[in-house]
Ligand binder design. Structure first.
Ligand code: RAM
Length: 903
């Protein structure tokens, strides 16, 4: 066993990155150390063009003093297109040790410039196949390869969504490629390694092509052709031979086109698959089945093409049905036991012409009947018509459903048992790496955590959506910004938000205004309800500042911050140009504390004045911009925005405070925002915190907040001396509360606190999602203030963790959380037992932690059985009013001390 080693190498966040167009990639690594207090003192990185040519490296950083192990920039000669590079790392530490070279890892470039695209965008000849047909198109080409194939790569994308085949086999596992971006500006292409799928002699490449986000039905306005009215595919295959020669196969007019079994496949509507029309073996060599037609070129150009940025959508889990139900109305329904997003696959023996129909729903109504009202116009229906009698394994292609229940028709002869055995749900989402765990002594709180995670999975499919089931599924900016911090605990969302923020920037107007949704599928939308000619709202557009800043804090991605800085600044300048005065945003349309319960009956707009919300967020965005400017070394701008912030804060107080320094608006949200956005201090802060506590208490420890107040309610309480109240809110299970939905059987977070009312009836059909992560933003507080796992703002990426165990309530006896940070696993956990508190902290090598042991006394606290003073790894130690405060270096620590009562 090595005691000190380098592991988990990454390039641009990824372990094996195939097909990137990043020209100056950044490396990261983690250190494994069996000694406490390990800090890297130097490192060395080498890059080579093969695994065994490190003796003649392309780049050798040499030994560099320093502790940087996150986002180290490649410093070698310009990278070339279509090249695989290998890299390895070694490190030295403060204990005088040196690691072995790490295991080499690789990354591979894609096509670095538009000129390298030799292929044409192609589509079926419109004379033969109606371009607006709803059938999926099939495209194929046959070619002869020489023997001795050394490597083969496909670079491909589609205006639409596509699946790729080579010699009859599906290429890769991506679903709904090329994903959804602001296609006009940014269109992702994918890279596939097909070396093992090709052979010397005849080969076939096939593409199936659906409408997807590009051309298919999108938004509740049933818009089509948002990005273009022609589906098209673009592909080039490069074959490298042993003899050093290269050959290209590209999409051009020589490709043939047809339609086949996929008669319809749409994001909202579902799929109709008629196996009788399948083109047998169409992507295999030989004369293809049935009549094929020509193709034509579509002049879509290459300037918008970018290599895949986020993790692709994939099947990440398979779930078996939990039960087969018979509803009072007589429907046979599969219960998956979990509201999820994905598709059903069945493996069944079917006779020719059998017609299977699957409908998908999130909930059953109060009588136990299948309920689809809240899907609005989204049909979510998948139909399969069998071809030849025999065994079939099938799942739909260019669609996904949000569901827990599946109504099955056409399989009446199958027993319940066989039905159950024949089906499985394939969970689909952007394939992010899981990074966080949270657990406590309360089973319902644990279910809440699970529901938050499921909500994230269901709604992080290509873009952060508000809901995955009805005719909407859009990238609402407000939802994304309130949830991002929680999201960044549960999963690695660096690549996901990098991509989405670039889309946000692409769709931002020249004025700096940020659309409601990104990608902006509501470009020309105006609503009488929302006020004509408004394109943005406070707390929604602020995604422009909050999201890049969060990615910077959590992962240390300074480059993204730099890239987005212009967009962040444009947003703040946009706000500055609104309002009657420079430091106030009191004009225009705002969603405000959307869906808050203090709204008028039947209204979606909460009672907190929208000007208050707008100005508070204006301050938050300005603060973030100021801090970002400081991080980026733009001192003058940091100064300027610092002054603007002061003006906004002063104006906020002048406008929204009473003469006694209270909030004039008596809502929970009005009292939350100034506390969490740093708009008050001193006595005013204390008074407002007390008022908030009182509002909650008077409400029987119930919240009445919406999208804006909810994410910060508990945080405002915990940070201002009312942690007990916050925990009471968490544990509340009567309506309205987080746990209320769990008493109603929720397995995801709901859009409305009363999505299902206490009497079992539903909130109105018109806007009632049962899978909506916004209120799941409580997760951030659970990690940071209950388990106590946080980061120090001055040291991004958890270089310095901030551990504040939230053990204060008798009803919770333990909580623990862990997070896989850029430095490695950091964890905080506490347990109260027999008058003692046990706190466990794990800090990865090359990082540290600032820990508060709440209520502890120096004299009686121990670490692994010894007095704290003697503990190895402790850098500083102090008794404070709140308890013992200490900073430690890396390692695992086990603290123990009497509870305050026992003291
Ligand atoms: C609805 C959803 C969404 C929200 C917008 C304003 O479409 O609730 O989450 O952001 O309204």
């Amino acid at each position: 066993m090595t005691e000190f080693s380098v592991r988990s190498l990454t390039c641009e966040y990824r372990e094996a990155l195939l097909g990137t167009d990043v020209r100056v990639p950044r490396f990261g690594w983690k250190l494994e150390s069996d000694r406490r207090g390990t800090i890297q003192t130097a490192y060395r990185v080498q890059v080579a063009e093969s695994e065994d040519s490190f003796d003649a490296p392309t780049w050798d950083s040499g030994r560099i003093d320093g502790d940087q192990s996150v986002f180290l920039e490649y410093g070698g000669p310009a990278v070339r297109s279509r090249t695989r590079y290998y890299y390895r790392v070694k490190a030295w530490d403060n204990h005088g040790r040196e690691t072995e070279w790490s295991r080499p890892c690789w990354w591979e470039t894609g096509l670095l410039s538009p000129e390298e695209w030799k292929a044409e965008w192609i589509t079926p000849d419109p004379e033969a196949i109606d371009p607006h047909a709803i059938e999926a198109f099939l495209l194929r080409t046959e070619f002869c390869a020489k023997p001795g194939i050394r490597s083969a790569r496909i670079y491909a994308t589609a205006a639409g969504v596509y699946e790729l085949y080579a010699n009859g086999a599906r290429v890769g596992e991506d679903v709904l490629a090329p994903g959804w971006t602001s296609y006009r500006e940014r269109h992702q292409y994918q890279t596939y390694d097909v070396t093992d799928l090709l052979r010397g002699g005849e080969n076939v490449i096939g593409i199936t092509l659906g409408d997807g986000w590009y051309k298919g039905e999108l938004t509740w306005l049933s818009k089509r052709n948002i990005y273009g009215d022609r589906r098209a595919a673009l592909l080039q295959l490069c074959i490298g031979y042993e003899d050093g020669s290269e050959e290209w196969v590209v999409t051009d007019r020589a490709w043939e086109a047809a339609t086949g079994a996929i008669r319809m496949s749409e994001l909202y509507a579902g799929e109709l698959y008629d196996a009788r029309m399948a083109r047998k073996d169409w992507s295999e060599a030989g004369e293809p089945d049935g009549e094929w037609h020509g193709t034509v070129e579509v002049p879509l150009g290459y300037g918008q093409l970018v290599a895949q940025e986020n993790d692709p959508t994939r099947v990440t889990e398979k779930l078996a049905p939990q039960a087969v139900l018979r509803t009072p109305q007589g429907d046979r329904v599969l219960d998956m036991g979990q509201n999820l997003v994905g598709r059903m696959r069945f493996s069944l023996d079917l006779s020719e012409g059998a017609h299977v129909r699957l409908r998908h729903a999130e909930v059953l109504d109060k009588d136990g009947n299948f309920y689809t009202g809240n899907l609005r116009k989204a049909k979510q229906t998948v139909e399969y018509i069998a071809g030849e009698t025999g065994r079939v394994s099938y799942a739909p292609h260019f669609t996904f459903q949000g569901f827990r229940y599946v109504l099955v028709e056409g399989l009446e002869l199958l027993s319940d048992e066989s039905l159950k055995d024949g089906f499985v749900a394939e969970v689909l989402h952007t394939d992010m790496e899981p990074t966080g765990l949270f657990e406590s002594s309360n089973a319902r709180v644990n279910r809440l955590q699970q529901n938050i995670v499921w909500g994230q999975r269901g709604n992080f499919l290509e873009v952060p959506t508000d809901c995955p089931q009805r005719d909407e599924r859009l990238g609402w900016t407000g939802d994304a910004q309130v949830f991002i911090r929680t999201a960044a605990f549960n999963y690695h969302v660096g690549p996901f938000f990098t991509k989405w923020l670039r889309d946000l920037k692409a769709d931002q107007r020249d004025t700096g205004s940020v659309p409601y949704v990104v990608p902006n599928a509501l470009e020309d939308y105006t609503s009488t309800m929302w006020g004509d000619k408004t394109y943005t709202s406070s707390a929604w557009g602020d995604a422009a500042t909050v999201c890049p800043w969060t990615v910077y804090q959590v992962y240390g991605d300074r480059r993204l911050l730099e890239e987005q800085y212009g967009s962040m600044k444009a947003w703040v300048e946009f706000i500055r140009a609104q309002g009657d005065e420079e430091s106030l945003w009191n004009t225009g349309f705002h969603f405000g504390d959307w869906l808050a319960l203090d709204a008028h009956e039947g209204s979606y707009f909460g009672a907190t004045p929208v000007e208050l919300v707008a100005t508070a967020y204006y301050a938050l965005s300005t603060r973030i911009l100021r801090d970002a400017a400081a991080v980026l070394g733009k001192d003058e701008e940091a100064g300027e925005y610092g002054r603007l912030l002061e003006d906004i804060v002063a104006k906020f107080r002048e406008t929204f405070h009473t003469s006694e320094g209270r909030m004039a608006a008596l809502t929970q949200t009005a009292n939350i925002l100034p506390l969490v956005f740093g708009l008050v201090d001193g006595e005013d802060r204390k008074r407002i915190a007390a008022d908030l506590n009182e509002l909650v208490r008077k409400n029987g420890y119930h919240l009445d907040t919406g999208f804006v107040g909810t994410p910060y309610l508990c945080l405002a309480l915990s940070e201002n001396g009312y942690h007990d109240t916050a925990v009471k809110l968490l544990l509340q299970d009567t309506y309205p509360s987080w746990l209320y939905s769990i008493t109603k059987g929720a397995t995801t977070i709901w859009e409305h606190w009363d999505g299902i009312k206490p009497d079992g009836t539903f909130w109105s059909d018109d806007m009632n999602s049962y899978n909506h992560y916004a209120y799941g933003a409580i997760g951030d507080w659970m990690y940071r203030y209950v388990a106590g796992l946080d980061l120090d703002d001055s040291a991004p990426a958890y270089k310095l963790a901030r551990i504040r165990p939230g053990c204060s309530n008798e009803e919770l006896t333990f909580a623990r959380a862990s997070f896989e940070s850029a430095y490695g696993r950091v964890a905080s956990g506490w347990r109260v037992e027999g008058g003692e508190v046990f706190v466990d902290v794990d800090v990865p090598a090359n990082a540290g932690a600032d820990i508060l042991l709440p209520g502890a006394q120096l004299a009686s606290a121990t670490e692994s059985g010894s007095p704290l003073q003697n503990a190895e790894g402790v850098r500083s130690l102090a008794q404070t009013e709140e308890g013992v405060r200490l900073t430690v270096g890396s390692g695992s620590y086990r603290f123990r001390f009497p509870t305050v009562d026992a003291n």
